[in-house]
Ligand binder design. Structure first.
Ligand SMILES: Nc1ncnc2c1ncn2[C@@H]1O[C@H](COP(=O)(O)OP(=O)(O)O)[C@@H](O)[C@H]1O
Ligand SMILES: [Mg+2]
Length: 573
């Protein structure tokens, strides 16, 4: 569907606001014509017949017309702008809704800052344009048509001469329009780029400072900012060229009319008041014409931004919900990977991995970093779909399970301890939205988080996250574990869940995790092998392949990669 049509569809729910605005703006546009039309009788009455009555009501009429015009203008502005705001509010909600449902792959491909910029800047650009365009178009179109009516009524030959210039404006207007759209789009892309520099610098400010990268970041930012300016400068140039070019073209019309009309006055076939009324209408007619052309250019700008917004709204998730997906029962805790192959981009990262986690088993994934451990558990949680092979939970391929059922079935704790700007209680509650305060406290106790939470100024109501109180890595991790405990899901994935803890708290958390692992199928990834000693199965991964598997004892006897990893770690203490 053409972008412009889609924009209009977003405005549709607010049609009555738009209708009021359009009526008001039409009246407003029509008043100009009325004014031009009145010039002739007024001049006649005042200059020729010297009518005292007309003269005395004239000031009141003028005030009345302007008050009426002012009211129309207010109604137009208010209703049109609110309609545009509401429509763009819908666009923003939709883009955000679509965005959060997209797969992780999409987010790895697109920079956060640039996505944010689309949701904030591009929608704002659409919003600024669209309201003005719609009313502007109606007001100026009505103005144009009615003024043309007055001109034709006065003298059709003169009128024809005056509108001859209108076709001349089409070509430059369309050339400018194309350039405006192109540069608006590229400018918005550049704005997205510097938004991502901004986002990365601010969220990584500690590293920026630790490595004295301030100047480098400043230069990068200034560079992107400058590129943004270059596109904007072109945009401004083409926009600013619009009015002067149109004025030059319309001056041809005015010159021709004055010459032709003037010669008629000289030949006494036109009266002076007629001529002035005509000239007034002419002068007025070109103003809506210029504005219409301007609105066309504004539309092009809007479309440039809208294209970027619609690209996200139209992005199709690769992970598709099976419409007749099954839901899992709590007993479906057997997990099997069958000949799984997977790639992020061109090369297979996971190659022919097959493994079985029986109900209640603890399966440890170990091996050098980059071996594919995190990728495998991401596949089990269906953050990505396998390229070949199958993952089966209970008796269902995970692609035949509804997303919500699968997500309810799996609790994940990984290195990224994501806490939101909210109270501690609410952060734990994300694990189970309907949990009571009591359940939250019990989950925190099981995660050995209760004590430090009680030491906080407001206990469980203490605000944490971005603008809240700062927690240590271990504290953050324990809250995430409490969240997973509260979720009480049959399958548990621990990806380096204890890596941020010191040895003492690791032991505590290990006990918490032991509580948690009871009766659950658990996948555990840990860089400290001491935590995987008691796993039922240890899978050793290297370059995305299983190189060994078995229990600790068996693997030690194998004298392979595992026993080498063990001796390195134990040797280092
Ligand atoms: N989002 C991603 N996009 C592309 N490649 C990735 C991505 N995540 C991981 N990889 C690659 O996949 C391989 C396995 O990574 P990962 O599963 O994180 O290993 P591990 O958890 O064992 O350290 C690595 O070579 C890594 O570079
Ligand atoms: Mg990993």
């Amino acid at each position: 569907m053409p972008v412009f049509k889609r924009l209009v569809l977003y405005m549709k729910p607010y049609w009555w606001r738009i209708l009021i605005a359009v009526l008001a703006s039409s009246a407003y546009g029509g008043l100009d014509a009325a004014f031009a039309w009145m010039v002739e009788p007024l001049l006649k009455k005042i200059f020729v017949t010297k009518d005292v009555f007309i003269f005395s009501i004239l000031p009141f009429a003028i005030i009345f017309i302007f008050v009426f015009r002012a009211i129309c203008r207010y109604l137009n502005d208010y209703f049109m702008r609110t309609a545009a705001q509401l429509a763009m509010q819908d666009v923003r909600n939709e883009i955000f809704r679509k965005n959060v449902f997209l797969d992780l792959k999409f987010f790895y491909r697109n920079q956060t800052g640039s996505l944010m910029s689309r949701i904030v800047n591009d929608v704002a650009m659409m919003q600024n344009g669209i309201g003005g365009i719609i009313t502007g178009v109606f007001r100026d179109f009505i103005g144009l048509v009615t003024l043309l009516g007055v001109i034709f009524y006065r003298d059709w030959q003169l009128a024809l001469i005056s509108i001859l210039v209108i076709p001349l404006t089409v070509y430059p207007a369309s050339i400018l329009g194309t350039r405006i759209k192109k540069n608006a789009r590229r400018g918005q892309e550049e704005a997205g780029y510097f938004a991502s520099i901004l986002q990365e610098t601010l969220s990584g400010i500690k590293v920026v400072k630790a490595f004295s990268l301030e100047q480098a970041m400043i230069d990068q930012f200034a560079n992107a900012n400058k590129k943004y300016y270059n596109f904007t400068e072109k945009l401004i140039k083409y926009n600013s060229l619009s009015a002067p070019i149109m004025e030059i073209i319309t001056s041809l019309g005015i010159a021709a009319v004055i010459f032709y009309g003037g010669s008629k006055v000289m030949a006494n076939t036109m009266t002076a008041p007629e001529f002035f009324s005509f000239i007034t209408a002419m002068a007025l007619v070109y103003s809506p014409l210029k504005k219409l052309i301007n609105a066309y250019h504004e539309t092009q700008r809007c479309i440039g931004a809208a294209e970027r917004v619609f690209e996200i709204i139209d992005a199709v998730p690769e992970i598709i919900e099976n419409p007749d997906g099954h839901t899992l029962s709590p007993n479906d805790t057997r997990v099997e990977l069958k000949n799984v192959r997977f790639k992020y981009q061109d090369d297979y990262i996971i190659n022919n991995v097959s493994l079985i986690a029986e109900k209640g088993e603890i399966v440890a994934l170990v091996g050098p970093s980059g071996g594919g451990k995190t990728t495998i558990v991401s596949l089990i949680a269906r953050f990505f779909d396998v390229n070949e092979g199958q993952i089966i939970i209970g008796s269902n391929d995970i692609r035949d399970i509804t997303k919500s059922s699968l997500m309810n079935h799996i609790a994940l704790v990984d290195q990224e301890t994501i806490l939101f700007h909210d109270s501690i209680a609410n952060n734990i509650r994300y694990g189970k939205p309907e949990a009571t305060d009591d359940e939250i406290i019990r989950a925190a106790q099981a995660a050995f988080a209760h004590d430090f939470v009680m030491d906080m100024p407001k206990g469980y109501e203490t605000s944490i996250g971005d603008r809240g109180i700062r927690l240590s890595g271990g504290q953050r991790q324990r809250l995430c574990i409490a969240r997973a405990i509260l979720k009480n899901a049959p399958i548990l994935i621990l990806d380096e869940a204890t890596s941020a803890l010191d040895t003492e708290s690791e032991q505590m958390v290990q006990r918490a995790l032991d509580n948690l692992m009871n009766n659950r199928t658990t996948f555990v990834i840990a860089h400290r092998l001491s935590t995987v000693l008691h796993a039922d199965k240890i899978i050793v991964l290297e370059h995305g392949k299983i190189v060994e598997s078995g229990t600790h004892q068996v693997l030690l006897q194998n004298n392979g990669l595992y026993s080498r990893l063990c001796s390195v770690q134990l040797g280092n203490g």
